[in-house]
Ligand binder design. Structure first.
Ligand SMILES: *Cc1c(COP(=O)(O)O)cnc(C)c1O
Length: 361
């Protein structure tokens, strides 16, 4: 008695992917990135599943960290953009968060904060992404200033890649050079470092530092648009499924759906599936986007509605009302659907609305 559009989350797959991130980088420690509700997979459930293996979680803001605390997660939590204002710092510290600092203003606010215990600080350096981070030639002074503060327990150095998902890019090695040059200016011996996201972990072994930051790979999605051998071993955690709720014959020349964008070029059988953009299926999915019915691929026929899609099941044997449909998951990658919808798998899984019920298996 419920809407058939459902999201199944395989937590064992998340755990296997986390262990795989550790195996790929045996000399690094893997921070489990569970920001944005674990990329739409449920941050509380994912963090509970990983609590026995991950030493540190990462989220984008204090609010996301507090959700994990309220659920009983005890690990330290890294705030990837740090605090957004000075008044957040005391709560972040009492809640056992670690802070990224990426501007001089954040550094000053931390130095001036009234906190009862010192905090671990991840000094972010801009090595080429040009989004967050202080300039590499400012890092040595900043780390000295931070180290000298009673508010600071430890200083770690981090940066982020702009194009590690592009296997042909020379940007990764350029950024690594800038990063290591920056490290060499810092007097402190053995300062802990972090560079690699999922793409770095999977494809760029020389980006593995003390701490890696796997995000999308935990959920079984490849960060690459092309085949990559390490990424091909990931296990998809999210299955987005629904059911056929109507079937009809459509004569050649008749159209299906809003705007008449699909026209039958032969006598056709069209099935209506109870899933639409209101459930997180992208409206930008083009005609022909693959959908799985009883494990067979069929094309999307007509525009995606809020609550429904239509698929062309002409010639398919044994298709009936009530049959299961996979929109993406273990047998059809979210990245492939994303390609047909002019986006990336990251966006599809992360922006799932609450209407589609999430079930943990
Ligand atoms: C989101 C994020 C990550 C994880 O990136 P993936 O490509 O999902 O692995 C790593 N580091 C930072 C700073 C991030 O914001």
């Amino acid at each position: 008695m419920s809407r058939p559009a459902k999201i199944f989350i395989d937590l064992a797959a998340v755990e296997a992917n986390y262990k795989y991130a550790q195996i790929l980088a045996p000399n690094s420690n893997a921070i489990a990135v569970v920001k944005a509700d674990a990329y739409g997979h449920g941050a509380v459930e994912v963090a509970k599943k990983l609590a026995s293996s991950a030493e540190l979680f990462a989220v984008s803001c204090l609010e996301e960290a507090l959700v994990l605390r309220q659920a009983g997660i005890e690990q330290s939590i890294l705030l990837l953009e740090g605090c957004f204002s000075q008044d957040e710092i005391p709560l972040a510290v009492t809640q056992n968060c670690q802070l990224v600092v990426h501007t001089q203003q954040q550094i000053d606010e931390l130095l001036n904060a009234d906190i009862s215990q010192p905090v671990s600080v991840w000094l972010k350096v801009d090595t080429g992404m040009h989004r967050l981070g202080i300039q590499p030639d400012e890092a040595a002074q900043a780390s000295l200033t931070l180290k000298a503060s009673k508010n600071v327990k430890a200083v770690l150095l981090m940066s982020h890649f702009s194009s590690a998902d592009n296997l042909a890019s020379d940007g990764v090695s350029k950024q690594l050079d800038v990063f290591e040059n920056c490290v060499s200016t810092i007097k402190e011996i053995g300062i802990q470092k972090s560079m690699a996201n999922s793409a770095g972990i999977l494809a760029w072994p020389n980006s593995h530092k003390n701490w890696n930051r796997p995000g999308i790979m935990l959920y079984g999605l490849s960060p690459f648009s092309e085949y990559q051998p390490q990424a091909s071993q990931l296990q998809a955690a999210m299955s987005f499924e629904s059911e056929i709720i109507a079937m009809r014959d459509v004569s050649a020349g008749e159209s299906v759906g809003y705007g008449d964008t699909w026209v039958a070029n032969r006598p056709s059988v069209v099935a209506t599936v109870a899933v639409g953009y209101g459930d997180g299926y992208p409206r930008t999915a083009k005609l022909g986007t693959p959908v799985l019915v009883n494990k067979q691929r069929v094309p999307l026929a007509g525009r995606v509605s809020m609550d429904m899609i239509s698929i062309d099941v002409t010639g398919l044997q044994n298709v009936n009302i009530g049959d299961k449909v996979e929109l993406w998951g273990k047998n059809l990658g979210a990245n492939e659907v994303a390609f047909w919808a002019d986006t990336i798998g990251y966006e599809l899984v992360t922006r799932m609305p609450t209407r589609a019920k999430r079930l943990f298996i």
